[in-house]
Design a protein around this ligand. Structure first.
Ligand code: ADP
Length: 787
């Protein structure tokens, strides 16, 4: 129903209008003034206004002008009703202010009614039009909304992530196809069950907490959790995020969320972290068994529910370590490997990995497979109890050899191994291999160091010559035996520093430092060269030589006098020979002489052995050198050959006395003088000179005999040494005389040596310390000096 506003200051006029318009069946509003009309129009809509022109305060024109000024009322048609203003000016003014018609009194009621009816109808049409326009607008809006929704859905479908929207209460109202594919569920079912069903049990509590919290506070939802993929039942890490969409009033209308698969990234991070953590453990032990046991420990539970390390020993795999998430199942796992060792020819598991040197991945161990492989019911029972689900075996390679196999098994966790896990396991095994190798290398280095220490302390000389013939090692004993320092030898070619070493076999004489040393060398070749060990046999060699010399000397030297005695005795005993008294006497003399020579030889041998054993008693006393020398010469003169002279060059009483064992000193001098005579087969003079030299008295015995080559001058003092051992020159001797002399002189702190004589022959010198005068000996000063 439309409203018609009737404005007139006179109630009777209003009544009259009402009566006329009543039949139109519309609502009639009354206003008694211009202001009244404006007030009513503030909250009423009118289809048409009938406005009286002559009114006090605000007349009809002014009221119309105000109505036309107002936006809300501008369009309302106004019909002026007037009795007076019939002139043209009035009419014009009326139209100017927006009137649509003019009705003059007295008016025809029918005309007025029909005029008003036209405007009512017009108003109705306008309103209808307006309603239609609005309806159209709504439809368009809906279309736009649908389009935009479709666009974002399209966007959502195009995403690689799972996209979803949820109602403010958290109920899903949309998920993209990718999500449906992941869970392999139709939308209705997914909404019904919610995807909490697919969340890993371990992640469920925090996931629910985060989501509830977001719903309650309207804050952004963010969470990391594992969602089970229907295709292979594996759990994959996802990052979920959701933002609320709000209306103008700020109320949440919808949640827009996404689940991004961050599994690979997360695994890579975890793997990296895991490897970093294992690094420290792997490096911490030098015992490779401990290292490998640690590997098994580290793998559980991070990459496996149980892990086992088998290593190759005597051609067989032996279980070194077993680790299980469930401590109680370790025994079970051990029992399994003890009772049912894998067939070395098996096409899977550790034997296979060992044989091929390649890792093996069995992503899914089915129940049928388990049953098929079981040896018997007990075996099947054990395997079932352990709940194998997925297996990885990786070779443990150390120095290019497969040392063993590390096995990882997924059981209670329900995880399934994939290529990523295998890569991680391989990396772990690689690092374990390096750790074992390092431990082995370290041990070798330690052992080498230990060996080197031992080599330093052994008494045998040890050296190493590498394949290039370079000396690589030269121990302390080698240094001291050869007098060649390490720096002179190590790093040099063996041929340069040790001439003749390559022929070194058994015992060889080696000229070292001008001295002949006998070395016994043995060599052992190994991969990197040859190690030689040698020992100085010089001393033993000398002893051996002495033994041989003794035998030959004794047999030779004793045979001569014995033969003479025997011959003389036999001749004397012959009954058939009538010996002349002179001959008889001569033969007896021979027996006496040769017997005494035998006695001398025996005495010399005895003395030498006493000296060797250091059992000779020495009585040092003050002796008069001159008297001693004189008596020695006198004795010598008794058996001087023809044409030889022995002379003493000394003045009695002018020499200090000497400190010596008189008997022994006499023996030394007698020996030298006897030699001087003996080794002067061509005759000549023997001069004996006595003189004080420093705190010594020097005896010099010079002959004009055979002389001694320079090189032999040291050696003649050696035991049994003779220049002419085979006595080709016919001069006999034991080679003991000078040895005994040297030993005796040494015992009184004297010296003995030989020099060539001026001209032919030799000059032997013996220096004996002068005796300390008795009065001086008693003074404390001297005593201290000689102490
Ligand atoms: P032997 O019993 O052989 O004389 P010695 O020990 O007394 O033993 O002497 C050792 C060697 O020294 C002798 O064999 C000899 O060759 C040499 N010899 C010793 N004295 C002389 C000398 N005056 N002139 C030459 N050669 C000597």
């Amino acid at each position: 129903m439309a409203k018609i506003l009737l404005v007139d200051d006179r109630p009777e006029n209003l009544l009259a209008l009402e009566a006329i318009l009543e039949p139109l069946g519309q609502e009639l509003l009354h206003a008694y003034s211009g202001e009244d009309a404006l007030r009513r129009l503030l909250h009423e809509d009118a289809a048409v206004i009938l406005l009286d022109v002559q009114m006090p305060i605000l007349d009809g024109f002014e009221t119309a002008a105000l109505i036309k000024q107002r936006e809300r009322t501008r369009h309302i048609p106004i019909i002026f009703v007037t009795a007076i203003s019939k002139d043209e000016e009035h009419v014009f003014r009326g139209y100017e202010t927006g009137a649509v018609d003019y009705v003059f009194k007295p008016f025809n009621p029918d005309v007025l009614r029909s005029k008003v009816a036209v405007f009512i109808e017009l108003n109705e049409k306008t309103e209808q039009l307006q309603r239609q326009t609005e309806l159209l607008k709504d439809q368009e809006l809906a279309e736009v909304r649908r389009e935009s929704e479709e666009r974002y859905r399209f966007l959502a479908e195009a995403q690689p992530d799972q996209i979803w929207t949820a109602l403010p209460n958290g109920e899903l109202d949309y998920v993209n196809q990718r999500a449906l594919d992941y869970f392999e569920l139709p939308f209705a079912e997914l909404v019904e069950s919610g995807w909490m069903n697919g969340v890993h049990p371990e992640d469920l509590p925090h996931t629910l907490e985060h989501w509830q919290n977001a719903l309650a506070t309207g804050q952004t939802y963010e969470n990391e959790f594992r969602l089970q993929r229907a295709a292979d039942l594996s759990y994959r890490w996802h990052l979920a995020r959701a933002l609320p969409m709000r209306d103008r009033q700020g109320a949440i209308v919808k949640w827009f969320g996404s689940n991004t698969d961050i599994h690979d990234q997360k695994r890579a991070e975890e793997a990296q972290r895991f490897l970093v953590e294992t690094g420290a453990t792997l490096g911490s032990s030098l015992d490779y068994r401990a290292t490998l046991a640690a590997v098994a420990k580290m793998a559980v539970p991070r990459i496996a529910d149980w892990a086992r390390v088998d290593i190759l020993e005597d051609g067989r795999l032996r279980t070194l370590a077993v680790e299980h998430v469930d401590g109680r199942k370790i025994e079970l796992a051990l029992e399994l490997s003890r009772r049912y060792p894998e067939d070395p020819e098996s096409g899977q598991g550790p034997p296979h990995v060992l044989r091929t040197g390649e890792s093996q991945l069995i992503a899914e161990i089915t129940e049928e497979r388990v049953a098929e492989l079981a040896v018997d019911d007990l075996h099947l029972g054990l395997v079932r109890e352990l709940g194998f689900q997925s297996y990885m075996g990786v070779p443990l390679v150390v120095r290019d050899h497969v040392l063993g196999v590390i096995s990882f098994v997924a059981a209670e966790s329900g995880r399934r191994y994939g290529p990523d896990d295998l890569a991680l396991a391989e990396e772990l095994a690689r690092r374990a291999g390096i750790a074992v190798e390092n431990a082995q290398l370290y041990r070798e280095v330690e052992e080498r160091a230990q060996a080197a220490r031992v080599l330093e302390t052994v008494g045998d000389g040890v050296f190493l010559i590498d394949l290039d013939g370079v000396v690589r090692l030269w121990n302390r004993a080698a240094e001291s035996i050869t007098k060649l320092s390490r720096s002179e030898v190590v790093g040099k070619k063996a041929g340069d520093v040790l001439p003749g070493w390559e022929h070194a076999a058994a015992t060889v004489p080696l000229e070292l430092d001008g001295e002949e040393r006998w070395l016994s060398i043995t060599g052992v070749a190994f991969d990197e060269g040859t190690v030689y060990a040698f020992r100085d046999l010089t001393e033993e060699r000398v002893l051996e030589q002495i033994r041989q010399d003794l035998v030959s000397t004794v047999s030779h030297e004793l045979r001569t006098p014995l033969a003479a005695i025997y011959g003389s005795a036999l001749t004397l005993a012959r009954p058939d020979l009538d010996l002349e008294p002179a001959m008889h006497k001569r033969l007896l003399e021979v027996i006496v002489e040769e017997s005494s020579r035998l006695a001398d030889i025996v005495n010399e041998l005895l003395l030498a052995s006493q000296l060797d054993a250091d059992r000779l008693v020495v009585h040092i006393e003050d002796c008069d050198a001159h008297t001693l020398a004189e008596s020695v010469l006198e004795a010598a003169r008794t058996h001087l050959p023809e044409g030889m002279r022995v002379e003493l060059d000394s003045v009695p009483g002018q020499l200090p006395r000497v400190a010596a064992d008189e008997g022994q000193l006499r023996q030394v001098l007698a020996n030298i003088v006897d030699n001087a005579v003996k080794y002067s087969p061509g005759g000549g003079d023997v001069r004996v000179r006595l003189e004080p030299v420093g705190r010594y008295v020097r005896f010099t015995v010079a002959d004009q005999g055979l002389g001694i080559p320079l090189a032999e001058q040291g050696r003649i003092f050696e035991k049994f040494y003779r220049l002419d051992p085979d006595m080709t020159g016919g001069i006999g001797g034991t080679g003991l005389g000078l040895y005994i002399s040297r030993e005796l002189v040494r015992r009184v702190e004297g010296r003995i040596w030989v020099e060539p004589n001026d001209g032919p022959g030799s000059a032997f010198h013996v220096e004996i310390p002068a005796a300390v005068p008795s009065e001086a000996r008693n003074s404390p000063k001297r005593a201290r000096a000689s102490a």
